[in-house]
Design a binder for this molecule. Structure first.
Ligand SMILES: NC(=O)c1ccc[n+]([C@@H]2O[C@H](COP(=O)([O-])OP(=O)(O)OC[C@H]3O[C@@H](n4cnc5c(N)ncnc54)[C@H](OP(=O)(O)O)[C@@H]3O)[C@@H](O)[C@H]2O)c1
Length: 261
């Protein structure tokens, strides 16, 4: 689709064929952004996501590419910018769980590397490529942002997915480091931390979490989260609704992370 002069700019949401990323893509489309959908491969879920985003009336494209692999970053960003114009907001959302949920004593290197590649190393180098591009232009005064979807597990340790927690703690530092680099350029950087959100990723454990919410008050808000809950927070940052917030952590977890006594 062509570039519209009226939109606030182009946004790339990694991992947006399903789940939280898809909700973010829809929300940003509704806020007027031209949206690039991404997932590892072209396929039914990508076409469905693209169709739904286009149905909002927004300009949208889909670009397949494994964002865990740095060699894919430049071609993906090039393709988006060629079709939608300069990317003013990058949402590093693509992420994976452990290959096997197992006790920390049984975690194997393949699962550790899998989590680190998709959840920390990939976002680091993708953000680096984006930051290099931003540094060389002003995007006509449009609001610019770099948003990482980390997790409550950046802080909260879990014994049955320790490698995931390590990767999310790592990407939290990626967010801080890029905030340090980019804030003087007027680029807002945020670390958005979902809690328990109902998606494919959490499907194997969502019933147990729902029970703990019901019976133990695990979260202050008495429900599991929805992808749209996270999308609201992302849209607020990307659209510039929270202009003096940068380098900040924004939990979207129904109070899961609030310390209690
Ligand atoms: N759900 C939760 O409770 C929860 C809580 C805290 C944090 N988070 C974080 O939120 C983010 C989204 O999670 P989700 O629950 O929406 O997961 P999900 O339902 O499993 O969806 C993951 C999305 O990411 C894409 N993806 C995965 N690896 C990718 C890669 N290497 N390159 C490009 N795309 C990739 C998937 O598309 P394809 O399969 O088509 O490639 C899919 O669109 C993740 O970073 C996750 O860690 C989730």
């Amino acid at each position: 689709m062509g570039r519209s002069e009226a939109h606030p700019g182009a946004v790339l949401v990694t991992g947006s064929t399903r789940g939280i990323g898809f909700a973010i893509a829809l929300k940003l489309a509704a806020r007027g952004f031209a949206v690039a959908i991404n997932g590892r491969e072209q396929g039914t879920s990508m076409s469905r996501a693209l169709e739904a985003v286009r149905a909002t009336g927004a300009s949208a494209i889909s670009v397949a590419g494994d964002m865990a692999r740095p060699e894919n970053h430049r071609p993906v960003l090039d393709q988006v910018e060629m079709q939608l114009g300069p990317i003013v907001s990058l949402v590093c959302n693509a992420g994976v769980g452990p290959l096997r949920r197992s006790d920390i004593l049984d975690v194997e290197p393949d699962s550790f590397d899998h989590c680190m590649a998709a959840n920390a190393r990939g976002p680091f180098f993708l953000a680096q490529e984006f930051a290099r591009r931003l540094a060389g232009r002003d995007d006509e005064g449009r609001h610019r942002s770099l948003i990482f979807i980390s997790s409550a597990n950046a802080e909260a340790a879990s014994l049955n997915k320790a490698e995931y927690c390590v990767s999310k703690a790592a990407v939290a530092m990626v967010a801080k480091a890029f905030a340090l680099k980019l804030s003087s350029l007027g680029v807002q950087v945020a670390d958005i931390r979902p809690g328990i959100i109902e998606t494919d990723l959490s499907a194997p454990v969502i019933e147990e979490y729902a029970r703990r919410i019901r019976e133990e008050g695990l979260t202050l808000s008495p429900r599991v989260g929805r992808p749209d809950d996270v999308a609201h927070a992302v849209a607020a940052i990307a659209a510039g609704d929270l202009p003096y917030v940068t380098g900040a952590v924004l939990p979207v977890d129904g109070g899961l992370s609030m310390a209690r006594l």
